[in-house]
Ligand binder design. Structure first.
Ligand SMILES: *[C@@H]1O[C@H](CO)[C@@H](O)[C@H](O)[C@H]1NC(C)=O
Ligand SMILES: *[C@@H]1O[C@H](CO)[C@@H](O)[C@H](O)[C@H]1NC(C)=O
Length: 487
């Protein structure tokens, strides 16, 4: 349904290849001088949507480029014929709003009464002073842009997927790659970095050329699909612009769990508790996550919190995702049905072409979006649903909840639909099967818990969603009766 963007990932001309090799070897010599262990933090599994991909997939800390074949992946008698991947952008800078709050907090620390030698209650070093001098290296222009680590997330994901599905990502198929992206810079850039990773897969050891030089069409921007939440009137009115829709998030910010952390942090940093609020505490926690994800350093901001605090702050982050993107309101997930439907139209088309023995016109479809793209879709499909809603008042009861955004949508998270054409050895019957992968692990079907579904069964299970979405009424607000105004 969308025009195909074409790509030619050819071999570079000789001179630039030589230059690339020279550059690369000098680069590796440099990095050889300072071997660096990947930084880890006891808090890093509580960062919610700011979680590093490798913290959600610890196996990657050792071999980020090695393909990790999930033993549940389908092989026998089945050939993958199409792959549709929804990919969240890689690691990014804080937004301008977060940077402003961080600056405010930093200012508070610097404004503490000078002179006296301070020690904390245990007689240790003064953390507030350490933080006041810790560099604040985030500037307004960075505003949510993709960082170098985020490009690396994408290149490595591309390399692993290409190794996992060599037939689909073959050189011959590159001309048929279809790339769709949200208009946000970090997503467009993620698409470009992914292409560079694919190029590297076929030219190991060489520096990839600019995407412009790959003779690729730029990724095709489609916000109706990748930012459906901006185009859904009902969602905008009932949730996004509704001051009371996030009631539980606000109530938790002033609740006992957060107040406890506020008092503790005020004492640790030796600032008046009245100068702090939940938003500032949250930005301090995020700064620990940003320093780790972006700079690969363990920041003194991490020393402000213990794991119990981290669990509370993770819950605060999850509460917001739950009420704004997840099961909190039906429209959150329903607004994604246009994307869900588009995925099934792509799969339908491939099935149809395969049945007619035609080549599949789009064997690989790569779609770059946001955590806000993936969470509603996964909710629409019935995943990570807890029995009870997440509220401001049941933090303890929800300790073992399924809805943990850091496990579901870390940076570079991905939901992949793989369509297989299967031939039964005994009978001449042909079948189409679908496997879903979330963050490169097989995601059992929400209705049967099977690791693979017959395509027709899957479509049948979701037929209500697919049909109701066709009528295009999901996002319309209830009609005002204005019959009397007519004529
Ligand atoms: C805003 O959210 C509240 C709480 O869910 C709801 O009762 C109210 O109807 C919403 N307002 C609008 C304009 O949709
Ligand atoms: C709209 O209002 C008219 C007249 O008041 C009424 O007859 C009609 O049933 C209403 N339609 C709906 C859809 O409520």
């Amino acid at each position: 349904m969308f025009p195909v963007s074409r790509c030619r990932l050819g071999v570079p001309t000789a001179p630039s290849a030589v230059l690339a090799v020279a550059l690369l070897s000098s680069l590796s010599r440099c990095s050889h001088l300072e071997p660096k262990d990947p930084a880890v933090s006891a808090l890093s599994s509580y960062f919610g949507t700011k979680t590093r991909y490798e913290d959600a997939n610890p196996g990657l800390l050792r071999g980020p480029e090695a393909p990790r074949r999930d033993p549940e992946l389908l092989e026998e008698n089945c050939t993958p014929v199409q792959l549709v991947a929804l990919i969240r952008h890689g690691t990014r800078y804080p937004t301008a709003k977060q940077i402003r709050k961080l600056r405010q907090l930093h200012g508070l620390l610097q404004a503490r009464a000078p002179g006296e030698q301070r020690t904390d209650a245990a007689g240790g070093r003064d953390l507030g002073a350490a933080l006041a001098t810790w560099p604040l290296w985030y500037a307004d222009w960075m505003d949510g842009q993709l960082v170098e680590k985020g490009r690396q997330d994408m290149r490595q994901l591309a390399q692993r997927l290409a190794s996992l599905f060599p037939g689909l990502f073959s050189r011959e198929n590159y001309g048929r790659l279809q790339l769709i992206t949200s208009s946000k810079h970090r997503c467009v850039e993620s698409g470009a970095a992914f292409l560079q990773g694919l190029w590297q897969h076929h030219h190991p050891g060489l520096l990839p050329p600019d995407v412009a030089d790959m003779e690729c069409e730029p990724p095709r921007i489609n916000d109706k699909l990748m930012r459906f939440f901006d185009h859904c009137e009902k969602f905008l009115t009932e949730v996004e612009r509704n001051d009371t829709a996030l009631y539980h998030v606000e109530a938790f910010k002033t609740g006992p769990e957060m107040q406890n952390i506020l008092r503790k942090v005020a004492a640790t940093l030796q600032v008046p508790v009245d100068n702090l609020n939940a938003d500032l505490i949250q930005v301090a926690f995020f700064t620990c996550s940003f320093d780790l994800a972006i700079k690969d350093v363990k920041s003194p901001w991490c020393d402000v919190f213990d794991t119990d605090d981290a669990k509370v702050l993770e819950y605060l982050n999850d509460l917001k995702q739950y009420w704004k993107r997840g099961y909190g309101y039906t429209i959150n997930s329903r607004s994604s049905c246009i994307l869900f439907q588009d995925i099934f139209q792509q799969l339908d088309k491939a099935v149809d072409q395969q049945k007619r023995s035609q080549p599949v016109s789009s064997p690989v479809i790569l779609e770059f979006g946001h955590a806000e793209t993936l969470l509603p879709l996964l909710s629409l499909m019935g995943y990570f649903k807890d029995k009870e809603p997440l509220t401001a008042y049941n933090y303890k009861e929800q300790m073992h909840r399924k809805f943990r955004s850091g496990h579901i949508v870390p940076y570079a998270s991905n939901l992949i639909f793989v369509l297989y054409h299967c031939k039964n050895a005994k009978t001449p019957k042909e079948e189409f099967r679908v496997q879903m992968l979330l963050n490169e692990k097989v995601l059992p079907s929400a209705h049967s818990q099977e690791t693979v579904s017959l395509y027709d069964d899957l479509k049948n299970h979701y037929k209500d969603i697919l049909q109701s979405c066709l009528t295009n009424e999901e996002c319309q607000l209830p009609k005002v009766n204005n019959t009397s105004d007519e004529l």
